[in-house]
Design a binder for this molecule. Structure first.
Ligand code: NI
Length: 201
């Protein structure tokens, strides 16, 4: 039967009052299709250099929760505020925070050397890890987390800035994305939400 013939047959069948049967038929056809794909997952694998020079991959952290922020050490305001909130949230969680690995992934690998990151992350939390890597690796992990970043030239003779997304990502012990905290989330809110997830598992 041609498609056109099928359409005519179907409309005739509908006209004959078997529309309800047709609905069932359509539902059966739909059930035969592969499950509807969920929106593209947030997050993904990475292979980067930690602030102590070690190479680390996402799989190194399985079994622990990750709290990931994308930023850079030269950031004049937003990054310090966000990372301060991360540090405070972890402090509020007390011993439960040991299950969480906080990390800063730089969006400015051109300037953020492991040494710079080491000095910077210590300002916010003793266990905060700074990660850098080749520009293409940084671009890949940022893309996986749907993080936007772009170099912005400041005034003449002043260092460039990086425009970037300001969310903090919570990733589960199995490496899958759990939730995201927008910039401005208070340490209290962040700690409460994280605790809710920890208690559920
Ligand atoms: Ni920033």
């Amino acid at each position: 039967m041609t498609l056109r013939g099928l359409r005519i047959a179907l409309s005739v069948a509908a006209a004959l009052g078997v529309a309800s049967g047709l609905v069932v038929w359509q539902a059966r056809q739909a059930a035969l299709l592969p499950a509807q794909t969920t929106p593209a997952a947030i997050g993904g694998p990475f292979r980067l250099t930690a602030h102590d020079g070690r190479t680390v991959t996402d799989t190194d952290f399985r079994g622990r929760w990750l709290l990931i922020y994308f930023g850079y050490t030269y950031c004049p305001d937003v990054c310090p505020t966000s990372l301060y909130a991360v540090g405070q949230a972890l402090d509020r969680l007390g011993p439960a925070a040991d299950q969480i690995q906080p990390m800063l992934i730089t969006v400015d690998p051109e300037r953020d050397t492991p040494e710079l990151l080491r000095n910077y992350v210590g300002l916010f939390h003793p266990r905060l890890i700074g990660l850098t890597g080749p520009a293409d690796e940084i671009a890949a992990v940022a893309k996986a987390y749907r993080v936007y970043f772009a170099k912005v030239q400041g005034a003449a003779d002043s260092p460039y800035l990086m425009d970037h997304s300001t969310s903090t990502y919570l990733v589960g012990p199995d490496g899958t994305f759990v939730t995201v905290f927008g910039h401005g989330t208070s340490p209290e809110q962040m700690a409460d939400t994280i605790k809710g997830y920890l208690d559920r598992r």
